[in-house]
Ligand binder design. Sequence first.
Ligand SMILES: *Cc1c(COP(=O)(O)O)cnc(C)c1O
Length: 804
Amino acid sequence: MYIDKKSIKRDFINELTTMYSEDIKGASNLHKYFALSELVKKYSSQNWMRTNRKYKNTKKKQVYYFSMEFLIGRLLGNNLLNLGIKDVCKQALKELGINLNELEEVESDAGLGNGGLGRLAACFLDSMASLGIPGHGCGIRYYYGLFEQKIINGYQVEVPDHWLRDGNIWETRKENKAVKIRFSGNVRTEIKNNSLKFIHENYEEILAVPYDTPVIGYNTDTVNTLRLWNAEVIDSDFDFDFFSKGDYSKAVEHKNSIESISQVLYPDDSKEEGKLLRLKQQYFFVSAGLQSIIRTYKKMNIPINELDKYIAVQINDTHPSVAVAELMRILIDEEEISWDEAFKITTNVMSYTNHTILSEALEKWPIYMFKKLLPRIYMIIEEINKRFCEEIKNKYPNDNKKLNDMSIIFNGEIRMAYLAIVGSHSVNGVAKLHTDLLKNKELKNFNEFYERKFNNKTNGITHRRWLLKANPSLTKILCETIGDQWIKNPLELEKFSKYADDLNIQNKVREVKEKNKISFCNYARRVYGIEINPYSIFDVQVKRLHAYKRQMLNVFNILNLYYKLKENPSLDIIPRTFFFGGKAAPGYYLAKQIIKFINTVASKINNDKDAIHGKLKVVFLPNYSVSLAEKIIPCADVSEQISTATKEASGTGNMKFMMNGAVTIATLDGANIEIKEAVGDKNIVIFGMNKEEVLNLEKNNSYKSNDYYYSDPRLKRIINSLIDTSLNVSSSEFKDIYSSLLEKNDEYFVLKDFDSYVNAQDNIDKLYRDKNKWQEMCIMNISKSGIFSSDNTIKKYAKDIWNV
Ligand SMILES: *Cc1c(COP(=O)(O)O)cnc(C)c1O
């Protein structure tokens, strides 16, 4: 949109007066933030309305992205950017004596997700809106997002994330669009008009109220919708059932138990199985989302049997896979369509994205629990499974193993991933290697059974948030050098590669990084009270804390360096600051010990001033979140992507770093492989076992971590320090880590890859010494990062899966 400075100033002052009866002098930053955000919302409101009207009138096919998580982060800066008024707004505010950055910092992060999976959903929303694709998010309005992490005495302490405390200016409550969700009860059958009817009765009914947030596209009139559902008591229930009988506390209890459904986000993206509340959450938002979609389409007089021409539903991981059965229920029980037709429509509508092959993350529900909570849905899954098993028996007669391996219901449990596969027309993995493993290993049977259902869609990130917004200085250099077409078409970043050996451009890119590093150091001094050397190498590993991501490998290398420096203080290494950031699931004890271990090593090294001459520093950044990611990633020289090969489905952090000109040290895992293909072997540092080697070791059971402990004195010393109090903590502090490595045989091959990793890190040190070569690598990384823009990913989903 176009707006001039003068109008912004006038509108902003008006807004402040209308909302708070305050002038600029008297208003707090919070009020100024709200006033500005309200203004931004107003500027986009016409387009939001028009977009909705256009979608309705043209009856264009709509995409609904169903996800348990949307890790969207802050919206003010992003919305200003996408409206194209950020610079003019910054100027206008400056003239009023206000610093836009300070207002942006007031906004609380919408942390409605754990990590990569939730952030992907947010990047996809941005890309769909920016590409003008009618695509909307559907999820849960968690009252508490992912916990806030504090580090106290080196330990992670979890604090509730009360992100709605000051109110959320971006959302609009749509009580008139509420729907009712039914749990429990029983199902009765009845013959009506010669056909069998299923009647769900004695259920408990709750209200799902949608809160809509505009998703503003970049430089376009499209404003899509993120719809998040809130669980509430149906008023009449609250008033009558208990309240009027005078049982006040019962009434409140009842209300609380219902509202708890949208109260908290489960703090883990790979564990926490079999929790009733989580199942309630899943059915709650899936049912609400589908009911409201169907209601909209019926109002438009679209024949229900043509639904698949008008909508596509993407199931983000197994969490929303109950959508398959819920849509069947609506079509059969409410719309009275035959089973076969309903199933055809359902599979045409649904598509499923698999995010992990870690077996503990493939969701399963115990039948007894599922059946009790969702009796009718269970019957439908049974029927889907019965028919599916018939097909298997036809295709593979007398093959009981196949039948057991593929059955949706098996051994007292429902396998939700299998339900999603059977009920969708597309199943995609999120990077080439991951899809390959799905097709040829984890879901081999299904891939053989369903030709062409499986496909790859490598993840992506929105370059608008992760480059334009997070790194305005680099954006400026890019625009000055190759023009601004790459913003609309990120593949054009490629043009920047022509300047890889241009000394002038190299210098500019180096200066930008230096500037970002200096401003981060100032931030760190102000906020954490720590001193960081901005001229050291910034080596960054920020991501969820998990054994497979191998933060341990990183720390082991640091300790190794430290011990080397102790022995030889004049050892010639480039000063390095190792940054860590990431949350551990509260129940994941090993991961929490790793946090304590990182902090213990940090305090040992950082306090050992004379031995290391400022050559080594370790910093754990608390509360890793989208807004922290936006600050640290543009400063990184080295991007740590060191998961055990085959364990990281894709990774998206790796792409953000690359786009900001960091050099990646990586295993051949997830999308790292595709990054390597894009930048070439010279511009990335690869180490460690590859997929075949890992799979072989796993298959043969031939790995003995103890051999590495006994044969490598470096490892022996490092591992001993876990239990010998040399790090100044009790000998039992890290016993889980110790035992996971030696007694439990090091599931993720930390010891095995150690030597290779240390060499790779040495190599980084050497490469960095050649300033020009290093800048060349950075420029190559930036210029090849366009293929990882989520715009490209979304275009492929749109063409291959959604047909929009
Ligand atoms: C991108 C991102 C992630 C995912 O990082 P990976 O390194 O791919 O695991 C997690 N959390 C936040 C806040 C992110 O922005």
